[in-house]
Ligand binder design. Structure first.
Ligand code: TMP
Length: 210
């Protein structure tokens, strides 16, 4: 059996994660892998509280929001039925749409990393991914895609914030370099060209996939 991996896809709002995740899933399934897609915020109770905050329905302070994402992530790792650890233990490769890199970039830009980074890295319940792929798209293009695709915007989906988040992501990647496998991919290209690079980065994790 092929050893399952935990792969995270990150990117700015409007970076095309959904398309790339679907193409990566197809690539891996065609290679004979058992694959499960998952995302954060999750579908669990804490994920619902977060969605309300992102939609502006409930006001949360940045620290509160960071703590909610942290709690949601712990549920996501530990849920015995369909949590990430349970899936990996069953031999399923997990592709996750956003993970702690998002908290470090989005909440980190407001509250810093002093407690946020150790809270994630030192928490025994939170597992470290095998690979993080960052889909890098210019912020103007993200803004255009958000405008084209949605009638309303969530709290982080405005041009100035997206600029700040992109900078924040790169600071986080710099901080994690050496401890995490992170692949930054130019995602401003045609989707199939991007998918080829994503597949290549993922293939390097597995022996004999190519
Ligand atoms: P998405 O479902 O379209 O990816 O949107 C989720 C939003 O939540 C996006 O704006 C990024 C934000 N987010 C955080 O701020 N911190 C986190 O830890 C996660 C997972 C997402």
């Amino acid at each position: 059996m092929k050893e399952p991996k935990f792969i995270v896809i990150e990117g700015l709002d409007g970076s095309g994660k959904g398309t790339q995740i679907a193409l990566l899933e197809k690539f891996l399934v065609d290679k004979g892998f058992n694959v499960c897609l998952t995302c954060e915020p999750t579908k669990y109770a804490t994920g619902g509280l977060i969605r309300d905050a992102l939609g502006g329905i409930t006001k949360r302070t940045p620290h509160e929001l960071a703590a909610l994402f942290l709690a949601d992530r712990i549920s996501h790792c530990e849920n015995p039925a369909d949590g990430i650890k349970a899936l990996l233990n069953r031999g399923v490769t997990v592709i996750c749409d956003r993970y702690y890199f998002s908290s470090l970039a989005y909440q980190g830009m407001d509250i810093g990393l002093d407690w946020l980074l150790p809270a994630h890295i030192n928490c025994p319940a939170i597992i470290k991914p095998d690979l993080c792929v960052f889909l890098d798209v210019p912020t103007s293009e993200c803004d255009r895609r958000i405008s084209a695709g949605r009638s309303s915007r969530e709290i982080y989906e405005n041009k100035e914030t997206i600029e700040r988040v992109r900078k924040s992501y790169f600071e986080v990647f710099e901080r994690l370099s050496g401890t995490h496998r992170i692949k930054i991919i130019d995602a401003a290209r045609p989707p199939l060209d991007v998918a080829k690079d994503v597949a290549e980065a993922v293939s390097e994790l597995f022996e004999g996939v190519n």
